[in-house]
Write a new protein. Structure first.
Ligand code: AHM
Ligand code: MG
Length: 331
């Protein structure tokens, strides 16, 4: 049995960068702390809604109950702000980024989707938090600008997710592979449960919202037909698995081998998922695990962002499967 804790692992990784300030380690530690608090709240979501009262209503002390996505946003932002380590935070929950002027001397900015797939909470299905850390571009000591956030994904220093599922796990990379930690709620500790996660080159799971199939590019439709056919590389139809929570769908495919697609559609010509909060961090993890992430025509991490809430189509997962899907788009 492996008893390495996330805290120990973070410190150990830091030793490989002699002279480092330890700021990145502390950012990861504050994500770990906020993740524990949010995990505890999510586990009580059914109680909160059906027993204690719905979000938006008042609790017994007359305080307004927060919706869990707002709560998670608040927790992560407070935890990251409090340690003085990030000079700016952009969240999928907010229209604009927050300049953390009390931390003007900090080197890093962070982008976060505090509770992705939050519509799944009310039906007791897995959700996740996604984060990504970059070095600032603006000079240290000044207020951050939009430019600090509009960096291509290849500039990420760290990225990861927390999945609130049958157990809570934190999976992250700092560019030296991907490691996963499972939370033991009894003692409040994340243990290294999935060291050096490697994406199988191929698998037999495809994940896409089936209702988009008639509204997306012909190449995607033809690739899905390939997945469903007996003429594919496995000689039998792949399994369709779609939770509707990006983190959960990606996590399963990372462990088992599979492909996740959120395509451009007629009504959403850039797809649904956000480049900065969802696609870039997931792409960084996928590539670090040996997988691939593309729009179909361009590597996700090479896109030059032009706005904070930009959306892009995404095909991500096992390398050979993503390449096969790409081949249908370039025919
Ligand atoms: P959200 O950021 O509003 O939660 O939406 C993102 C989620 C992803 O987790 C998921 O993969 C996708 O939306 C599902 O969308 P759809 O219901 O269109 O299939
Ligand atoms: Mg989201």
């Amino acid at each position: 049995m492996n008893f390495t804790t996330l805290g120990e692992f973070i410190l150990d990784e830091q030793k490989h960068f002699p002279g480092s300030s330890g700021d990145l380690s502390s950012i990861l530690s504050s994500i770990r702390l906020a993740g524990k608090i949010v995990s505890q709240q999510i586990n009580k979501a059914g109680l909160a809604k059906h027993i204690i009262g719905a979000a938006g209503s008042e609790n017994i002390q007359g305080e307004q109950q927060q919706k869990l996505d707002v709560y998670a946003d608040d927790r992560f932002i407070k935890s990251l702000r409090a340690r003085g380590l990030v000079c700016g935070i952009a969240s999928e929950e907010n229209d604009d980024f927050v300049a953390v002027d009390e931390n003007k001397d900090a080197k890093y900015i962070i982008m976060i989707d505090p509770l992705d797939g939050s519509s799944n909470i009310d039906v007791n299905v897995s959700v996740g938090t996604i984060f990504s850390v970059y070095r600032r571009i603006s000079p240290v000591g000044t207020t951050v600008t939009t430019e600090d956030f509009l960096q291509p994904g290849r500039e990420q220093v760290a990225a990861g997710y927390i999945i609130y599922g049958s157990s809570t796990m934190l999976v992250y990379t700092t560019g030296n592979g991907v490691n996963g930690f499972t939370y033991d709620p009894g003692i409040g500790v994340f243990f290294l449960s999935h060291p050096d996660m490697v994406s199988p080159d191929s698998g037999s799971i495809y994940s896409m919202n089936d209702s988009n199939i008639d509204y997306c590019q012909r190449g995607i439709k033809r690739y899905i037909e390939y997945c469903r056919s007996e003429e594919n590389d496995k000689g039998k139809p792949y399994s369709a698995r779609y939770i509707g929570s990006l983190v959960a769908d990606f996590h399963r495919n990372l462990l088992r081998g599979g492909i996740y697609i959120y395509p451009a559609t007629q009504s959403a010509p850039n797809g649904k998922l956000r480049l900065l909060y969802e696609c870039n961090p997931i792409a960084f993890l996928a590539e670090q695990a040996g997988g691939k992430a593309t729009t179909g025509v361009q590597r996700i991490m090479d896109i030059e962002p032009n706005e904070l809430h930009q959306r892009v189509p995404i095909i991500v997962g096992s390398k050979d499967m993503v390449e096969k899907a790409e081949s249908y788009l370039t025919e």
